[in-house]
Design a protein around this ligand. Structure first.
Ligand SMILES: CC(C)C(=O)/C=C/C(C(=O)O)=C(/O)C(=O)O
Ligand SMILES: [Fe+2]
Length: 302
């Protein structure tokens, strides 16, 4: 069993880096960190060096990153994956520098989502200089796509320390790797992709303040404000450039007593199973998975 200690980052390919970066800063509120790497924008949300890396090139998600404890754990994970017939490749030194990690490996999950495990993710000591007062406190969760959500859960729970917190029928599986209700979700879709990337905000007021701001800016609101009955979080989903969906949420449930938690199965046909406030619901737009890692050639960091 491979122990994931946290979610690390999302790496996304964008055809128009300037527009995607402008959106991630001025609209979402992330800080643009000077990564010293032409063609890559590193966006910070919390103490980690970055949580979102936008890489100029083909449009689509490149990888979803998770941390493991250290380099020994990473080597053990590589062996464990290979034992299961999953070929994991080391991320080269330039790739590690770009990701601000000491070491990492990449592999495809059974549905074609590119997953990276990393050790030694860099932190920054200075407070985050948010580009807009959106109230962001941290990278909350990420959500990938798969055609068979139950099979995806079998993969995540048998390979990693991921446990289901709740199901939305066979449409979604919400998984935890620590007491937070979910750090990883899998949504049903025809193929692999990134359904959305979530940032937690400090207060319910931040959700509603951002809602007005986003509407004023002409941003497409995909869903919300509403409240998910699974995590109890108040949410707002909105669409960034090139089909990248962002979510803000506030008030996610923590499952402190792991042993007694029983996952619930919500019926997606029930009005209210997605939004307890009964607002209009829609499935967030996904960014498709890039089949080839088209971010190459990686340029040498200065
Ligand atoms: C939009 C999906 C179907 C949904 O309802 C997701 C639930 C939650 C939650 O309970 O907080 C998420 O944020 C999520 O899985 O992304
Ligand atoms: Fe979410």
């Amino acid at each position: 069993m491979i122990e994931l200690t946290d979610i690390a980052y999302v790496r996304s390919g964008v055809a128009d880096l300037a527009t995607a970066t402008e959106f991630a800063t001025s609209i979402v509120g992330l800080e643009l960190v000077d990564g010293g790497e032409p063609g890559v924008a590193h966006l910070r949300a919390d103490s980690a060096h970055h949580r979102l890396a936008l890489v100029e090139g083909e449009s689509g998600v490149i990888a979803s990153g998770f941390t493991v404890a250290d380099e020994e754990a990473l080597a053990a994970a590589e062996t464990a994956l290979e034992t299961r017939g999953i070929r994991a490749a080391r991320i080269d030194p330039y790739g590690c520098r770009s990701r601000r990690v000491r070491a990492g490996i990449g592999f495809d999950d059974p549905f074609g989502n590119r997953i990276e495990l990393v050790a030694g993710q860099h932190s920054l000591a200075t407070p985050v200089n948010y580009s807009r007062a959106a109230g962001i406190t941290e990278f909350g969760h990420l959500c990938v796509d798969a055609p068979d959500v139950r099979e995806a859960y079998r993969f995540w729970s048998s390979t990693f320390n991921a446990r289901v917190s709740d199901w939305i029928g066979d449409d979604a599986c919400l998984m935890r790797i620590n007491p937070v209700h979910h750090k990883l979700a899998v949504f049903a879709a025809d193929g692999p992709g990134l359904c959305h990337m979530n940032f937690q905000v400090a207060a319910i007021d931040d959700i509603f303040r951002s809602w007005h701001f986003l509407v004023e800016q002409g941003v497409e609101i995909e869903m919300g404000p509403g409240r998910h009955p699974q995590s109890g979080a108040v949410f707002l989903y909105f669409q960034g450039p090139e089909g990248f969906t962002y979510e803000y949420s506030y008030g996610v449930r923590r499952i402190e007593d792991d042993a007694t938690w029983r996952p619930r199965v919500f019926d997606p046909a029930e009005r209210g199973s997605i939004d307890m406030w009964l607002g209009p619901t829609s499935r967030p737009t996904s960014q498709p998975q890039l089949v080839t890692t088209s971010e190459l050639p990686l340029r040498k960091a200065t």
